[in-house]
Design a protein around this ligand. Sequence first.
Ligand code: PLP
Length: 417
Amino acid sequence: MAADNEAREGGSLVSKRVRDVLEGTGESWTRRMFELGRRLRAQGGGPVFDLSLGNPSLEPPPAFVAALRELVEDPTPGRHRYMTNAGFPEVRAFVAERESARFGLAIDADDVVLSVGAAGGLAIVLRALTDPGDEVVVPAPYFSEYDHYCRHADVRLVAAETGDDFALDVEAIERVLSPRTRIVLLNSPNNPTGAIYGARDLSRLADVLTGHATQDGRPPVLVEDAPYRDLVYDGSVPASAMTVYPHTIHVTSHSKDLGLAGERIGYAVISPRLADRRTVARALAYCNRTLGFVNAPALMQRVLPKVLGRPDGRVDVGVYARRARRLRAGLVGLGFAVPEPRAGFFLFPRLPDAVVARTPEGQAADVAFAERLVARRCIVVPGSAFGVENHLRLSVATDDAAIDGALAAIEAELATR
Ligand code: PLP
């Protein structure tokens, strides 16, 4: 009946901007593969080896549960009301102190805007800094949701190649800069590759951006999306542009490192050296309010000072590290090229050359391979979803049985051809 109504009224009520996505292939490979996995599970017939989604598989740490209990019991009136759109001042001050120590900068509470996860942080940054038609440069492969974030902000995503092992290729970025470049968006540690961009490359990029002339003379802003920054396997702190480029905004969340993806807490940190920092902070708070977020969830804001920095306030990154190494060893044994995993939830192996070579003309080898794996009850995301063909993205935010099952399915698929 819905279709009849559409026909009678002369088409869907959905905007062209959104309809184009819903009707195209671009809705989200990750979501599509996840849905496939869900359907397979619902049908029964044995386990599904689902490595499609970066949904934290570790539960939040004990300090989180204790903090929630304490906060829920707190009888102080007004704990759940609106607050200033940037978030509770005392929580922003707490975050500012931690970030100052991390970056060696004098960040104050007014440089911090609490957000609805990293995605909410990116949404307000994009809206606050760009005008329609501006360009956002992103090294590829990149988190596929960036296409959609840019679409909503009416800006053009311009991809730049990366180098060996997906390292930052500063020359490639320089080649695609234009007078309309407003933002260079970096995601390190990276989804989907796990790459961590090096300090030297970030310094070189800072030099390039400093020398780049935009059409209105304003410097491009470097936006760092860093929700995996505290999931580095050796416990080190990844390099950041905050220390080398003044016009930097760092966006992060606790979706991954505290396993709170459903609770939606993150923040944007504005470099104290950013031109116009106070106006930018006001703009971010304004966008929080008027994009409909209003503010980051009150309860989750108050949790942060009670959890962060405590010994029982972190998940065991070693679990993800062990799974990543186990998966990589299996894939390398099967002929995939995979850089040593260093951080985060994902591996981005390159398909063996033989698989690429025998894929029929006109088909993307990664899409065809991922689709064939579904028949073996194994769900992965094709690299094309992230702007780079001939690769697969595999999540280690799962359990050992799923990893072993996926490896067996991949081995069986390789053996059939
Ligand atoms: N950026 C990257 C690179 C991600 O991988 C994700 C989530 O998968 C996000 C942003 C969104 O994070 P959040 O759940 O904190 O909004």
